[in-house]
Design a protein. Structure first.
Length: 277
């Protein structure tokens, strides 16, 4: 089956448009508010949704808190899939979760339901790529690409192996550690992207630690796209009890997307990004 996410990402790159990908935690701050936020994300290129798990080893405090709240309120795979079914005009969805929820559900059934709900890519954060062949094949059978993570500490040989297994795009982690907003984007991120480009034709998207329009603009000077996660989760946590917060959230996402879509020349691979922080 064709992998629509791969086609989508390559088409964006051919057009010169950088991918802006906001991250949301499924069911946070509650189910109704999550549905409202989904409807408000606007003209983004993809949407990353985190399916909560009780042991989120890759997530920092912001997303861990959001996951705990969502799990306590009953967020489960079927609840998420049912919610997504009611919003058919969403951008391509990349589902970020962990191995255990997929195995507990049953991989074929999980990916079948996910695909029917609009999921076009999956990130299984704690699955070593060399152990993932069966799950990658199960996902691909339902048209779901496997997005794999590469860290600044990943060696060249392992980077080549990960790049060969990935479909859709490569996710370059901007920091060594868990998710969470940082004040600046590390210069080593540029080197990670440069090294990836030497071993793959797949688009490379940067995430973990990106939080401001200035950082987004800097990253999009050398990568094919950017994910903003913890900063948006923090925004929701801070504002979700105030009037008009969904409209304010939509405005925040629009500002970040506008930074990604600005017509900027590529940085040299030797240059550090303008982090704005």
């Amino acid at each position: 089956m064709d992998l629509a996410l791969a086609d989508h990402m390559h088409a964006l790159r051919r057009s010169g448009r950088k991918a802006f990908i906001p991250f949301l935690t499924a069911g946070y701050p509650d189910r109704d508010a999550f549905r409202a936020v989904l409807a408000a994300v606007g003209d983004v290129d993809c949407l990353e949704i985190g399916l909560p798990f009780s042991d989120p080893v890759a997530d920092g405090p912001s997303i861990c808190h959001a996951s705990d709240v969502a799990l306590a309120a009953g967020m489960r795979p079927d609840v998420l899939f049912d919610t997504l079914h009611t919003l058919p005009d969403l951008p391509p969805i990349v589902l970020m979760t962990y191995l255990n929820p997929v195995l507990a559900y049953g991989p074929d059934a999980f990916f079948a339901r996910a695909a029917a709900a609009g999921v076009r890519g999956v990130i299984l954060t704690d699955l070593p790529p060399e152990d993932g062949a069966d799950l990658f094949a199960a996902a691909a059978a339902h048209g779901i690409a496997s997005v794999l993570l590469v860290a600044p500490t990943t060696g060249d040989a392992r980077m080549r192996d990960i790049a060969a297994r990935a479909t859709g795009f490569l996710y370059a982690v901007a920091v060594t550690g868990t998710t969470g907003a940082r004040g600046a984007i590390a210069a080593e991120t540029v080197d990670t992207v440069r090294r990836l480009r030497a071993v793959t034709d797949n688009p490379v998207v940067v995430g973990f630690g990106v939080s401001t329009p200035e950082q987004v603009r800097g990253v999009c000077g050398f990568a094919d796209g950017v994910v903003v996660g913890s900063a948006l989760v923090d925004f929701i946590r801070a504002r979700c009890t105030t009037p008009h917060w969904v409209a304010e959230f939509a405005h925040c996402v629009h500002a970040l997307a506008a930074a990604a879509h600005a017509d900027l020349p590529l940085h040299s691979a030797a240059e550090a990004p303008d982090s704005g922080g």
